[in-house]
Ligand binder design. Structure first.
Ligand code: ADP
Length: 508
């Protein structure tokens, strides 16, 4: 008996015409071969067949058509599926945002001969996302301002309270305030990650060895304190790759931080393997493993969810907000990779991230680049939270850098006054921390010369913080002449960050 569903293409056509989205099919020359009714109607045609043979230039305004054709060309050239947002119009001729999924179509010889596209109107979803993001941003700002006041005043109370109890209370208010501020920042970061506000990825040419070196310097103190063995195994053939250095480093730092946090004894290891090099892409696998408490099997698929914690603090001593891995996964994906976790409760965990990094052009020999760690790296883009630290005492420098990097700042370090001045004039920083007692050129002199240059070159005021162990009247005078924003006392601690933040906020 003939089943009415035997006519598959008719059924498919009916389904496609009922869908609340645009479905279309084009050949490699850019001519439409078919589209569903919804798209035909929006374009002003009665019948979907009326579109056959037309090109985007006949259907859309020139700039819109050009954008569509450019994307289509990439699909034909790369043979990859694309998901992108496109601007178009709705049935009432209002501007609309479409989420378009376009995939290449192949003939029987596997040659690409066209593409299929599906475009969904996401305008209202986008609008509510923007409204939500705006609300969060405003709320964060409105909360942050009074919170900074609470933190600042409680800091003063913790130092200058009339008796020990008052000072202790001041300290507790400050700790709670800082915790709240941290949480607020995390919520914002999550919201930004969800809404792809951090999607612009700068491309840096990097050797992974260099990142590992930096990670090692950062992690070594805590490994030593906890008595953990930190093992590093790197492939000897790692090439120069192109990726967002800060994001990659941050995500690895996050994974290493977790490995240390959840491991009482044994080791934490970082292993990087080069899997393949093909089509100017290096496939690289990064493994971070530990011999810690592990993750129960039934919780493994949830740990990348935001705010999920497999070991909440009521069970033990582990603190956290369950956001780290959510951000790690988002960042890995943003950098074009994938992350997996293997774990056995009581034995340990292993996080494996696999990336396909584009190979970068070699401009400097690796040995040359690695042999000049004290020289500031040249940067063309200005990032929020980037700063220069000039300090000749390597122990102090290490401690300061540690604090700042752990807080997510991008730190460039120098050990001499002249290098500091050069760095300030050639790169952009959000603020600078200058030790007064630099060997070749005093910190105050660096600041004075920089201020001169700043004025001559019409540059905006750069916040300069001086660091000194002796805040004498003479030092104060010199700082005043050099228009230094604030003098901090050694040792540099987390409290100083608080002061710096308050001063920076006040200047905003
Ligand atoms: P946080 O550590 O702040 O709680 P994360 O998102 O970084 O948040 O991690 C989520 C959860 O995954 C943690 O609370 C913990 O239960 C589990 N986890 C992450 N890394 C490890 C690890 N290396 N070993 C054991 N458990 C881990």
């Amino acid at each position: 008996m003939k089943n009415k569903f035997n006519n598959k293409s008719k059924v498919l056509e009916t389904i496609l015409n009922r869908l609340d989205c645009h479905v279309y099919w084009k050949n490699k020359q850019g001519h439409y071969i078919w589209c569903n009714k919804k798209l035909a109607n929006i374009l002003g045609f009665k019948n979907e067949n009326d579109i056959i043979g037309k090109t985007d230039y006949e259907l859309f305004a020139p700039d819109l058509a050009k954008a569509v054709v450019t994307l289509d060309k990439s699909i034909f050239n790369e043979g990859k599926e694309y998901q992108t947002e496109e601007i178009g119009f709705d049935s009432e001729n209002r501007k609309a945002i479409y989420l378009s999924i376009k995939a290449p179509l192949k003939d029987e010889f596997e040659n690409i001969d066209g593409l299929i596209g599906i475009s969904i109107d996401i305008t209202s979803k986008k609008q509510s996302e923007i409204a939500k993001q705006e609300f969060l941003m405003n709320m964060a700002h409105d909360l942050r301002t009074p919170l900074s006041g609470i933190i600042g005043l409680s800091y003063i109370q913790s130092k200058e309270g009339t008796n020990a109890v008052d000072r202790q209370h001041g300290q507790w208010i400050q700790d709670a305030g800082n915790q709240l501020l941290e949480l607020l920042n995390l919520v914002l970061e999550v919201s930004a990650a969800e809404h792809h506000y951090i999607e612009i990825i700068p491309r840096d040419s990097i050797y992974l060895e260099q990142i590992v070196e930096e990670l090692q310097a950062l992690m070594q103190p805590v490994m030593i304190t906890k008595g953990l063995d930190f093992q590093i195994k790197l492939d000897t053939n790692l090439p120069l790759i192109s990726t967002d250095r800060i994001k990659l480093k941050r995500l690895l730092l996050n994974l290493l931080g977790n490995a240390v946090k959840f491991t009482k004894e044994g080791k934490v290891s970082l292993e990087i393997n080069l899997l393949t090099i093909e089509d100017k892409q290096a496939k690289i696998e990064i493994l971070i493993s530990d011999t810690g408490i592990g993750i129960p099997e039934d919780k493994l698929d949830k740990i990348f969810d935001r705010f999920y914690r497999a070991h909440p603090s009521y069970e033990a001593q582990y603190t956290g907000y369950g956001i780290g891995l959510f951000l790690v996964k988002k960042t890995v994906e943003l950098l074009g990779g994938q992350i997996k976790v293997f774990s056995e409760e009581g034995k340990g965990s292993c996080f494996t991230a696999t990336f396909s990094f584009p190979l970068a052009e070699k401009t400097i020999e690796p040995s040359h680049e690695l042999s000049q760690p004290s020289l500031p790296q040249s940067k063309t883009d200005k990032r929020t939270g980037s700063m220069l630290v000039a300090e000749d005492n390597s122990l102090v420098l290490h401690a300061v850098k540690n604090i700042l990097v752990n807080l997510g700042y991008e730190v460039t370090t120098v050990t001499e006054g002249k290098t500091a001045l050069l760095a300030l004039q050639s790169q952009s920083f959000d603020w600078v921390l200058l030790d007064i007692g630099l060997p070749d050129l005093e910190g105050t002199e660096v600041a004075r010369l920089y201020r001169q240059w700043e004025q001559e070159n019409n540059k905006p005021h750069l916040p300069i913080f001086a660091l000194t162990a002796h805040k004498t009247a003479e030092v104060k005078k010199k700082c005043e002449i050099a228009n230094i924003d604030y003098i901090l006392n050694k040792p540099f601690t987390l409290k100083d960050i608080q002061i710096i933040k308050l001063i920076l906020q006040a200047k905003e």
